[in-house]
Write a protein that binds this ligand. Structure first.
Ligand SMILES: *Cc1c(COP(=O)(O)O)cnc(C)c1O
Length: 375
């Protein structure tokens, strides 16, 4: 029998128990390691922490098992996405990126990739299925999907795009940050790479930056690892250890965050001060059908539209539990007015609510009071 999410969150990547060893390995703080008489890079021992070290291996084993592939960890989510793209492309290649996805990924395209002669097409998440089916990927090297997309929470059919991409000889990478490895397994759906910002829900305590790429194919693993080791975006041991420690509670955190999101989406939808509530697991949501088929479980990110910037400011002034902060997936409930970053093509009152793990009743009560202050 395969284990459930709670068991896997704790036990993923663990080897056999060794008597006298700690239940969880401690971080190993080292740059170089003793070589002794071993020739370096024979796989027999660690040599230098930019390429391998024990804390990184423990974290990567755990995340890779949840993703159903081999994981490479990076200092940030952007380092992971950069590696996924640059390890597989070169001058003259075409890459398709989501036009409605994480803003910095688009900046990466405009400010960096194009400079190196990589052509970028931007396609919106709800349109990528049709684009791929219509031959849009024919001369494309790599398509990056972000589903659910951040911040609008639109979804696309990973398996369908992966089939079209494979037929066209293109690679598929999925930014799985919002879903987390428990919420969606892109490698099983046919993607070549699943990429995540582990800064968000995977580690979930708002106290570190991390990212990862998991792959199913050994050649691709070697390609991405080579890129990481040569460009030097490996995380340090403390982050890897803290990430491993934090992900043990992913199942519990996601369950509470999703329960909070379900309640919060209803409170928002019932308020005359709010329009356009999005949560892919609300039966009336445009993402609902595909999300419930393709994804394994819900999470805590909800988006909605208030009247304007002033309405968001008044909501924040009236709440005690909803904290103004960017990022998402942490234990605190937060509100982020996206237009303040000048980034997403969203209205001035568009807000991403990230539900934390506080009590549902407290969040609902606090949000209801704050929304009433907008009348
Ligand atoms: C935050 C985020 C990233 C970037 O991750 P960092 O850890 O901040 O570098 C990439 N993609 C998505 C969807 C994100 O939310």
């Amino acid at each position: 029998m395969s284990w459930g999410d709670g068991t896997r969150s704790v036990r993923a990547g663990e080897g056999p128990a060794v008597p006298g060893a700690p239940l969880r390995p401690s971080p190993v703080f080292a740059g170089p390691f003793h070589l002794g008489s071993l020739p370096p890079r024979t796989g027999g021992a660690d040599a230098y922490a930019r390429t391998e070290q024990p804390s990184l291996r423990d974290f990567e084993a755990a995340v890779g098992e949840l993703d159903g592939g081999r994981c490479l960890s990076f200092a940030t989510g952007m380092a992971a996405i950069t590696a996924a793209v640059l390890a597989c492309t070169g001058s003259g290649d075409r890459v398709v990126l989501p036009s409605d996805g994480y803003y910095t990924t688009r900046l990466l395209a405009a400010e960096e990739l194009e400079r190196f002669g990589i052509a970028v097409d931007l396609v919106a998440t709800p349109e990528i299925g049709e684009f791929a089916a219509g031959g849009g990927l024919d001369d494309v090297r790599l398509v990056v999907l972000e589903t659910p997309s951040n911040p609008r929470l639109d979804v696309c059919d990973i398996a369908a795009v992966a089939r079209a991409a494979r037929a066209a000889g293109a690679l598929v990478a999925v930014d799985n940050t919002t879903a987390t490895p428990l919420g969606q397994r892109p490698l099983e759906l046919g993607a070549h790479m699943t990429v995540g910002s582990d800064t968000k829900a995977l580690t979930g305590h708002s106290d570190l930056l991390l990212g990862h790429v998991s792959v199913a194919d050994e050649d691709l693993y070697a390609r991405v690892k080579g890129f990481r080791d040569r460009t030097g975006s490996t995380p340090g041991p403390f982050e890897a250890w803290l990430g491993h420690r934090s992900m043990s509670t992913l199942d519990l955190r996601l369950a509470r965050q999703a329960a909070n999101a379900a309640a919060v989406a209803e409170v928002l939808a019932g308020s005359p001060a709010v329009t356009g509530v999005r949560w892919p697991w609300r039966a009336s949501d445009p993402s609902f059908g595909l999300a419930s088929r393709q994804m394994l479980r819900p999470n805590g990110v909800v988006s909605a539209e208030l009247a304007d910037e002033d309405a968001v400011a008044r909501l924040l002034a009236a709440t005690r539990l909803w904290t103004a902060a960017t990022s998402f997936g942490g234990v605190h409930s937060t509100v982020d007015r996206r237009a303040q970053w000048g980034a997403d093509a969203v209205g001035p009152g568009f807000v991403r609510f990230s539900c934390g793990i506080e009590d549902t009743a407290d969040l609902v009560e606090d949000l209801s009071v704050a929304l009433a202050a907008l009348d």
